[in-house]
Design a protein around this ligand. Structure first.
Ligand SMILES: Nc1ncnc2c1ncn2[C@@H]1O[C@H](COP(=O)(O)OP(=O)(O)OP(=O)(O)O)[C@@H](O)[C@H]1O
Ligand SMILES: [Mg+2]
Length: 506
C-alpha cells in the first residue's frame, strides 16, 4: 500500500530518550494533506516532545521522518522552516520587551546578509492578519499584550514564515470559550487553503468539532488513530487513560459554615491605572465552593491578585477569618491560611529553573518539618515531594528534574498538589484544570470537593462554565468589576450564566 504521497508527514518508530527516561517509545504518526489531526494523550504522554522533534527543536534517539514522501533529517528549526513546518509552542516564545511586529519578523531567515525592509514586511503581515481575521496591534510591546493576543501573534508568526504544515500545541488551554470558537474558524480556514494541521488539545469537544482524525498516545506509546466521526468522548477518554474515566462527578451535599473570606466594596486598579474592580463584595464560607464566572478581563485577575497580596487595594476591605488582610504582604496572607493556584503558572506558580522537589516545598520551606532551627531538612523535603508526586500522579522522570522540564500539565499538577497540601482554610484557584487531561481533571475535581468536605472555603475562578456548574455551591458572576448576580447551580444554566456574564440582570 503506497499512500505516502497523500501523507505530508510520516513519523515512523520515533523514540526519544532523556537520560534513562523514555518520553517517546516507538510512536507512529501520519498527517494527510488538508486535514486537521488531533494529537491526544495524558499529561506527560509525550505529545510536546514528539512535536518538538518534528519542528527541529529536539533530535529523536531513533526513528524516521518523511515529509511529502521523502525521508528527511530535521536537524534544527531552520530545517523545519525550509520544509515548511511551523509550530506554535505550548509555552509561548516571544521576547517581552520587543514589539509585536519585531517579534513576528525577527529570527526569520530573510534577514540574512541584508537589512530588513520593515515597511514592506509590515504590509505583508497586515495583509496576513486581514486574510485570516487575526487582529493584532503591531506596535504594542509583548509585555502589554494578553495571552490570547500572544496566541494570535504566534499564529501570525508561523503563517508569515510560510508554513504549510502547522503544529499547535494546546493553543486553546489559554483561550476563553469565545476565542476558542474564533480559533477553530481560523484553523478550518487554513486547511481550506490546503494547509495541514496537527492540533494538540485535551478538550474532547474541540476534537469532535475541528478534527478529522485523532491519534492517541499513552505513556510514550502509540495507541491508535481513529476518525473523529466514528468515536465518542467516553471512548477517547478511555483510550487515552487506559482505564474507565468517570466524566461526571457527583457532589455530596455540603455543610456550609462561617464566613472565611469577606470582601466588601473592593476597588482595585489594573496595570494601566484604570479602576477594574469596582466596589465588589462577596463572601465565601467554610465548606463552600464559590464559583466565579465571567468573561476574561472583567476584573477577575486583579481581584485574585488583590486577595493574595499581589496587587494594591485602593479602597474597601478584605477580611480573612475575621482578620483585616487588606494590603498585607503575600507571605503574611499565605501564613494566615490562604492557598493560591495562580492564573499564570510559569510566572507566579513555579520557579522553572529549580527542581520539582524544591518547587513542591515553596511556601512551606521555612516552617516545620522542612525547616529546623533555621536549617533546611533535605530528607523531609524529599519525603514530602515523594508523597505529593504519588498522591497527585505527577509524571516526571525524577524529583530533581527542573520544573521547566515537566510537561505543561504536570507543572499544573505540581502547583495544585503543593497548594492543596497546605491545609489552608481559604483556597483560591484560578483555572485549576487548565491544560490537564480528562483523567487529571477528574482527580483535581475530586480533590477540590474533598477540601470542601473538610470544611475549607474554596474560591474557584474559571472560564469553563461546565466546571463552574459541576463544582460550585453558589455561582457569582463578575461583569465589569462587579458581581452582576449570584445564582445556585441547580437553578441556572449555561445560557443564563452567559447572559449575566454580559451584564444582563436577572
Ligand atoms: N528535557 C527533558 N528532560 C527530562 N525529561 C523531559 C524533558 N522534556 C520532557 N521530559 C519528560 O518527558 C515526558 C513527556 O513530556 P511532554 O512535554 O512531551 O508531555 P505532553 O504529552 O506534552 O504533556 P502535557 O499534556 O502535560 O503538555 C514528561 O514526563 C516530561 O517530564
Ligand atoms: Mg505538552
Amino acid at each position: 500500500m503506497d499512500n505516502t504521497v497523500d501523507n505530508v508527514i510520516e513519523m515512523r518508530h520515533i523514540v526519544k530518550q532523556f537520560g534513562n527516561f523514555r518520553a517517546n517509545d516507538d510512536i507512529n504518526l501520519t498527517l494527510k494533506k488538508g486535514e486537521i489531526l488531533a494529537l491526544l494523550g495524558e499529561n506527560g504522554a509525550g505529545k510536546s516532545t514528539l512535536m518538538n522533534i518534528l519542528s527541529g527543536l529536539l533530535q529523536p534517539t531513533s526513528g524516521d521522518i518523511y515529509v511529502n514522501g521523502k525521508k528527511v533529517i530535521i536537524k534544527d528549526p531552520n530545517t523545519a522552516k525550509r520544509l515548511k513546518i511551523g509550530m506554535v509552542h505550548q509555552h509561548f516564545m516571544l521576547a517581552e520587551s520587543f514589539s509585536v511586529l519585531e517579534n513576528i519578523i525577527l529570527g526569520n531567515e530573510i534577514t540574512k546578509g541584508c537589512f530588513i525592509d520593515f515597511k514592506k514586511e509590515k504590509e505583508k503581515i497586515i495583509e496576513l492578519s486581514k486574510q485570516y481575521g487575526l487582529a493584532v496591534n503591531l506596535s504594542a510591546k509583548i509585555s502589554q499584550t494578553t495571552v490570547s493576543q500572544q496566541q494570535r501573534i504566534e499564529i501570525l508568526k508561523v503563517l508569515y514564515r510560510g508554513a504549510d504544515i502547522l503544529i499547535f500545541d494546546e493553543p486553546t488551554a489559554v483561550l476563553t470559550p469565545q476565542e476558542i470558537t474564533e480559533f477553530i474558524k481560523v484553523i478550518k480556514g487554513l486547511v481550506h487553503e490546503g494547509k495541514s494541521i496537527i492540533f494538540i488539545t485535551h478538550k474532547l469537544k474541540e476534537i469532535k468539532e475541528a478534527c478529522d482524525r485523532v491519534t492517541v498516545i499513552r505513556r510514550g506509546k502509540s495507541i491508535g488513530t481513529i476518525d473523529t466521526s466514528a468515536t465518542t468522548d467516553q471512548e477517547l477518554a478511555d483510550m487515552m487513560v487506559g482505564r474507565k474515566v468517570n466524566l461526571n462527578v457527583t457532589k455530596p451535599s455540603s455543610n456550609i459554615g462561617d464566613t472565611i473570606l469577606d470582601v466588601e466594596n473592593l476597588v482595585v486598579k489594573d496595570s494601566r491605572g484604570v479602576q477594574i474592580v469596582k466596589k465588589l463584595s462577596l463572601q465565601v464560607h467554610r465548606g463552600e465552593i464559590l464559583g466565579l464566572a465571567g468573561i476574561d478581563g472583567n476584573g477577575q485577575d486583579e481581584l485574585v491578585e488583590a486577595l493574595t497580596g499581589l496587587r494594591h487595594v485602593e479602597s474597601g476591605c478584605i477580611r480573612i477569618k475575621g482578620h483585616d488582610s487588606t494590603n498585607q504582604p503575600v507571605r503574611k496572607i499565605t501564613q494566615c491560611g490562604v492557598a493560591h493556584v495562580p492564573a499564570d503558572r510559569q510566572k507566579y506558580g513555579l520557579i522553572l529553573s529549580m527542581s520539582l522537589a524544591d518547587n513542591l516545598a515553596l511556601q512551606t520551606y521555612y516552617e516545620k518539618p522542612l525547616s529546623k532551627h533555621g536549617f533546611l531538612q533535605k530528607n523531609e523535603m524529599i519525603k514530602k515531594a515523594e508523597r505529593l508526586v504519588n498522591g497527585f500522579d505527577i509524571r516526571a522522570a525524577n524529583l530533581m528534574i527542573p520544573a521547566g522540564d515537566l510537561s505543561g500539565g504536570n507543572q499544573q499538577k505540581a502547583i495544585i498538589a503543593r497548594e492543596l497540601d497546605r491545609n489552608a482554610d481559604l483556597i483560591i484557584v484560578f483555572q485549576p484544570t487548565r491544560g490537564l487531561d480528562v483523567g487529571a481533571i477528574e482527580y483535581i475535581h475530586e480533590q477540590l470537593l474533598k477540601q470542601r468536605e473538610a470544611g475549607k472555603a474554596v474560591l474557584l475562578v474559571s472560564y469553563e462554565l461546565d466546571e463552574i456548574l459541576k463544582l460550585s455551591d453558589r455561582i457569582a458572576v463578575i461583569h465589569n468589576g462587579q458581581i452582576s448576580g449570584t445564582v445556585l447551580p441547580a437553578d441556572t444554566n449555561e445560557r443564563e450564566l452567559g447572559l449575566l456574564m454580559t451584564g444582563a440582570v436577572r
